[in-house]
Design a protein around this ligand. Structure first.
Ligand code: ACO
Length: 326
C-alpha cells in the first residue's frame, strides 16, 4: 500500500485589508459586535485578483518552494465555491498558468469543507497510481456577499491556500491517516449562495434575484458545527485507534472563534492545540484550512511527525475530517 505525504504548503491573500471599523461605512455594525460574536477583526478583500489569480499565485509559490517542475504534476484539484467561471474550471486555468502540461485538472465544490474533501479525492488518486498532485482551496467570497446585509457580510473574506501531495512508500514517517466525510443535504437550505437562475425563453423562474448572495440561518449552522464536527473528529480518530489526546494540533475551518472554542470544549480539550487565524482573515471557506496550515508550518508550530486533525464544515451542509501525520 502506498502512503501519501504533504510535501509543501503555501498561501496567498489579496493586499487590501478591511477592518471591522471600516465596515461601518457600508452597514450598521460595530467592531464590538463582530469581535465578540465571531472573533473576526479584519478580512482581506480582493480589488482585482480573481479566484483563479489567487490560486495561480499559490501554485507558483508551491512549485518554487518545493523545487518541483510543473510538468511533474499528474493532477491539479481546486476546491472552490466561487470560481471565475462555470467552465473552464479554475483548476484548468491554473494548469495553463503554470504550464502543467501533463496534469489533468478539475474543480470540486464542497463549500467550506472543500479542502478536506479535496484531500480525500487527491489521496485516493495517489493511492490509485498517480504520483504527484496539487490541491488548492481558493475563494473570492466578496462577490457572493450582499454588502448591505450585515448578518453575513461581516463574516467572509478572500484568499487561497494549497498543498503539493506525493505518493510515498509506506515507511515514510509522513502519511495520510483516516478520513471522515459526511453530507447532510436535507439541511442545504440553511446556507446558500450563488443561485443560478433559469434564463431560457422556455423557463419560468420566480426565485428572488437576491439569492445570488449568501443567505444563512446562523444559529442552525452554529448548532450543526458544534454538534457534528466533534463527532467527525472522533470517528476519524477511532478508525486508527487514536484519541483526541494523541492529536498535536487541530486545524479547523475558520468560520468563527466561538465555534472553535465550543468544539474544543465538546472534545474535552483546552483551546491551546486549536490553531486560529480567523481574526485576520474571517471565513475564507475552502481556503481557510490550507491558509492556516501554511502559516503554522512556516511559523514552525506544525512540524514533521506530528499528528494533525484537519476539519471542515459548511454549505451542503458538509463536514469532513482528515487525519495526517505531517
Ligand atoms: N452587526 C451588528 N448587529 C448585528 C450584525 C452585525 N454585523 N448581524 C446581526 N446583528 C444583529 C441581529 O440583527 C440581531 O438583532 P435583533 O436581536 O435586534 O434582531 C442581533 O444582532 C443578534 O443576531 P443573531 O443572529 O441572533 O446573533 P448570534 O449571536 O446568533 O450570532 C452569528 C450570529 C455570528 C452569525 C452566529 O449565529 C454564528 O456564528 N453562526 C455560525 C455561522 C457561521 O459560522 N457560518 C459559516 C459557516 S459555513 C461556511 O463557512 C460557509
Amino acid at each position: 500500500m502506498a502512503g501519501i505525504k504533504i510535501v509543501q504548503t503555501a498561501h496567498e491573500v489579496p493586499d487590501k485589508v478591511v477592518t471591522n471599523d471600516e465596515l461601518k461605512q457600508y452597514m450598521d455594525t460595530s467592531d464590538e459586535w463582530i469581535s465578540s460574536r465571531t472573533g473576526i477583526k479584519q478580512r482581506h478583500v480582493t480589488t482585482t485578483q480573481t479566484t483563479a489569480d489567487l490560486c495561480g499565485a499559490v501554485a507558483d509559490r508551491l512549485l518554487t518552494d518545493a523545487g518541483w517542475s510543473a510538468d511533474s504534476l499528474d493532477f491539479i484539484v481546486v476546491a472552490t465555491m466561487s470560481p471565475d467561471y462555470m467552465t473552464p474550471a479554475t483548476a484548468a486555468i491554473v494548469q495553463h498558468h503554470i504550464q502543467a502540461t501533463n496534469a489533468f485538472a478539475f474543480d470540486l465544490n464542497a463549500a467550506c469543507s472543500g479542502f478536506i474533501y479535496g484531500l480525500k479525492v487527491a489521496g485516493d488518486l495517489l493511492k490509485g497510481g498517480q504520483k504527484r498532485g496539487m490541491l488548492i482551496g481558493g475563494e473570492t467570497l466578496s462577490k457572493l456577499v450582499d454588502w448591505q446585509e450585515r448578518s453575513t457580510a461581516v463574516l467572509f473574506g478572500d484568499g487561497a491556500g494549497g498543498v503539493l501531495l506525493e505518493r510515498v512508500s509506506d515507511d515514510d514517517p509522513s502519511q495520510f491517516m483516516s478520513s471522515d466525510l459526511q453530507t447532510l443535504g436535507e439541511l442545504g437550505g440553511r446556507l446558500t449562495a450563488g443561485y443560478q437562475p433559469l434564463t431560457s425563453p422556455f423557463a419560468t423562474d420566480d426565485t428572488d434575484a437576491h439569492q445570488r448572495y449568501f443567505e444563512m440561518d446562523g444559529r442552525a449552522v452554529y448548532k450543526f458545527a458544534t454538534r457534528d464536527v466533534p463527532k467527525s473528529i472522533n470517528r476519524a480518530l477511532q478508525a486508527v485507534d487514536k484519541t483526541v489526546n494523541d492529536v498535536d494540533y487541530f486545524v479547523l475551518h475558520q468560520a468563527n472563534q466561538r465555534i472553535i472554542n465550543q468544539i474544543a470544549k465538546q472534545l474535552g480539550l483546552p483551546i491551546d492545540p486549536f490553531l486560529s487565524n480567523v481574526a485576520h482573515y474571517g471565513n475564507t471557506s475552502a481556503a481557510s484550512v490550507p491558509i492556516l496550515l501554511d502559516e503554522a508550518v512556516r511559523a514552525g508550530t506544525i512540524q514533521r511527525g506530528q499528528l494533525i486533525a484537519l476539519s471542515g464544515f459548511g454549505g451542503g451542509l458538509t463536514i469532513g475530517t482528515q487525519l495526517i501525520v505531517f
